[in-house]
Every structure is written in structure tokens, then in C-alpha cells.
Design a protein around this ligand. Structure first.
Ligand code: SF4
Length: 359
């Protein structure tokens, strides 16, 4: 996107339509062109005005001088060899934003980012090693639209997870604006969207109140404060007791909507039978499921993936005490550094970045 041009996805489609109509009136062009342009952006996957072939050439040129189609620029795709595909986008300042298309039966789950880097600074996550800035709603939406337009290696979306770079509930403005826009402007049902969070005071309740159909995943990773705070520096601001109270409030607000608790298994840190028992005790009484994620290696991080036997033993110990579903995540994308916790491993990340821990 060139500096100074207004991106069409920066505003909700209705507001953009009004802005386009004003421009078309200036140009002496009919107002119906605004709807035609928006259909190209939202339904037909246009990435430039040049692709909007049913608009007069002069109008396309005039539009390209005043507007950009998207806020983000698509830089490259990296297939992982297991059908997952990582997409690298750049913001107007050149900051990297990565998203992943993960194949699932009937389509793909689009894992989107809400920031370039992440200020939470989890030690096991590559995104947490740097932070440039949070993304605006239109920049989160652009990842969805541009991945969908890319087609090819990334099938049509069947679900969206905000589990890429950044903590969605810390970027509440971006997340909230995106959730509103994806429902209204792209007709994606809230039940197909999952928001993942480490927990931010007040925001779980806000999510449950404003978007009760959106699914919630809580990155727990430990049932004891001392272990959790060592893994997630920002967790010290929301101790486990407060997080569980917020989860209970969320469950009430959403009439018992099930919460998925994400648990990254780190060898020798949180993968023993005592940790499994503590986790089962913590979740007792909540409408909960647990998703176990064996650690995906990140360069420079001092963690190791548990052996398969240890993962199986942890799952068995948990299942023996916990009545909810326990699933084991099949991580895809590792060959392209696109698996859980690996986004942001590319060298471009460090340009002008702040160190992590700035929450
Ligand atoms: S795991 Fe999530 S919250 Fe933690 S640093 Fe990575 S992106 Fe941020």
C-alpha cells in the first residue's frame, strides 16, 4: 500500500461505501460503482483496482491514486509440505505479520494475527520475542481476505482462529472491530470463530457479553501461579484464581458455552502427573475441554518437547480425573515455522521492534 492512499478495508463496508460514493460523485461516475467495488473486495477477492475489469480504465486509475484496496501487503507464501501454508504480510511500515492456513476436512482454518510480534513475551513462543504494534481491525480482516483470495495452497475458510501473533484481548479495539466486521461484511458466523487469550482483566466478560457465539480458548499452560508466571510474564497481572473467576463469569454470560483450555506441554516443566492432577482439579465444575499441545521448538528458547510416551501419560492422567474432552493437537506447519508458537521466527521481525515484556 502506498503512503497516503486510504485502504478500503480500514472502515466497515457501509462507511467505505459512503466514502466511495462521495469520490464517485466528484469524478462524475454513477454511485452504483461503489457497490461494485465493494463486491470485488469482499466477494471476488480483488487485490488491486486493476483486477476490477468491469470498471472503466480511467476510473480504475483514479481510484488507485486515492485509495488502496488493502492495508496489508502480501509478501510471500511458504508451504510447509504438510498442506499447511504460512502467509507473510507487511504493514505500511514494513512490519511482518504472519498467518497460517491449516487444512481441515471441508476447508481450512485460518489462523490470524492481531499484532506484529506480541508484548506478552511467553518464553516458549517466537512471537513473544519482539513487538512492533497491534493491528487495526482492517489489518486483521485483510489477512482473511488476502488468504482467501490467494486460493491455491490455502483452501476456502471453514473457520477462523485468532491464535497467531499477539494477544487478542490486549488488542481489544482490533479484535472487537474485526469480529464485528467479519460478521457483517463477510457473513462469517460467529460460531466459526475462536478467540484465544492468556486472560486480560475485564476482557473475557466483554467478549462473552458482546460476542456470546464466538468460541473462547484460554491459554492456561499451568495450574499453578508460579509455573504459569514463569511461562507467561504478563500472567502475573491476572493470577489463576482471577482467571478462573473470569471464566466462570464468561460461562454464565454465555449460558454455559464450553471453554477450551490450551496447555502447551513442556518437558520437565508442566508435563508430570502432579501437574495433570492440578489441572483436573482447577477445571472441575467448569464447562471445559482441554487441548494438549506438545511444544513446537523455537530457536533460542530453553524448552524441549516431551517424548511421545510422556505426552500419552499426561493425557491418560488427566482423562482419569477430568470429565471434559481432552484432545491432542496435531501440529501442522512445523517445516515452515508456522506451527503453534513459531510465528515470527523470520529475520524480518527485528526491524525497529521493541523487546518483549512491554505489557
Ligand atoms: S503465546 Fe500468545 S500471548 Fe504468548 S507471546 Fe505468543 S502470541 Fe503472545
Amino acid at each position: 500500500m502506498s503512503a497516503g492512499r486510504f485502504p478500503l478495508t480500514a472502515l466497515r463496508a457501509e462507511e467505505t461505501r459512503r466514502r466511495l460514493e462521495a469520490f464517485l460523485a466528484e469524478m462524475g461516475a454513477p454511485a452504483y460503482r461503489a457497490r461494485q467495488i465493494l463486491a470485488w473486495v469482499y466477494d471476488r477477492g480483488a487485490r488491486s483496482f486493476e483486477e476490477m475489469r468491469d470498471l472503466p480504465r480511467e476510473l480504475r486509475a483514479a481510484l488507485a491514486e486515492r485509495f488502496a484496496v488493502h492495508s496489508l501487503r502480501r509478501e510471500r507464501e511458504t508451504p510447509a509440505g504438510d498442506e499447511a501454508c504460512k502467509h507473510l504480510f507487511l504493514t505500511r511500515e514494513g512490519y511482518p505479520v504472519e498467518s497460517v492456513g491449516i487444512p481441515v476436512p471441508g476447508g481450512a482454518t485460518y489462523c490470524l494475527s492481531v499484532a506484529s510480534g506480541c508484548p506478552v513475551g511467553c518464553g516458549f513462543c517466537a512471537s513473544g520475542a519482539f513487538f512492533h504494534r497491534f493491528l487495526a481491525p482492517g489489518e486483521i480482516l485483510d489477512q482473511y481476505l488476502l488468504m482467501k483470495a490467494a486460493g491455491g495452497r490455502t483452501p476456502a475458510p471453514s473457520g477462523i482462529v485468532l491464535m497467531g501473533m499477539g494477544e487478542p484481548l490486549l488488542n481489544w479495539r482490533g479484535t472487537r472491530g474485526f469480529l464485528a466486521a467479519i460478521g457483517a461484511d463477510c457473513a462469517v458466523g460467529a460460531r466459526r470463530i475462536t478467540v484465544s487469550t492468556v486472560g486480560v482483566p475485564g476482557r473475557l466478560e466483554a467478549l462473552g457479553r458482546e460476542f456470546p457465539q464466538v468460541k473462547l480458548a484460554v491459554s492456561l499452560h499451568a495450574a499453578e501461579d508460579s509455573v504459569r508466571a514463569a511461562l507467561i510474564p504478563a500472567a502475573a497481572r491476572m493470577p489463576i484464581a482471577a482467571l478462573m473467576a473470569a471464566c466462570r463469569a464468561y460461562a454464565e454470560l454465555t449460558h454455559g458455552r464450553r471453554i477450551t483450555f490450551e496447555y502447551v506441554l513442556l518437558a520437565g516443566v508442566n508435563d508430570g502427573p502432579r501437574a495433570a492432577a492440578a489441572l483436573a482439579a482447577l477445571l472441575k465444575g467448569l464447562p471445559a475441554a482441554v487441548n494438549l499441545i506438545p511444544y513446537n521448538p523455537v530457536a533460542g528458547a530453553a524448552f524441549a518437547r516431551p517424548a511421545e510416551a510422556a505426552v500419552a501419560a499426561f493425557a491418560a492422567a488427566l482423562r482419569a480425573r477430568f470429565t471434559g474432552a481432552v484432545t491432542l493437537r496435531r501440529s501442522l506447519g512445523g517445516a515452515a515455522n508456522a506451527a503453534c508458537g513459531q510465528l515470527g521466527s523470520e529475520p524480518a521481525r527485528s526491524r525497529g521492534a521493541r523487546r518483549r515484556g512491554g505489557v
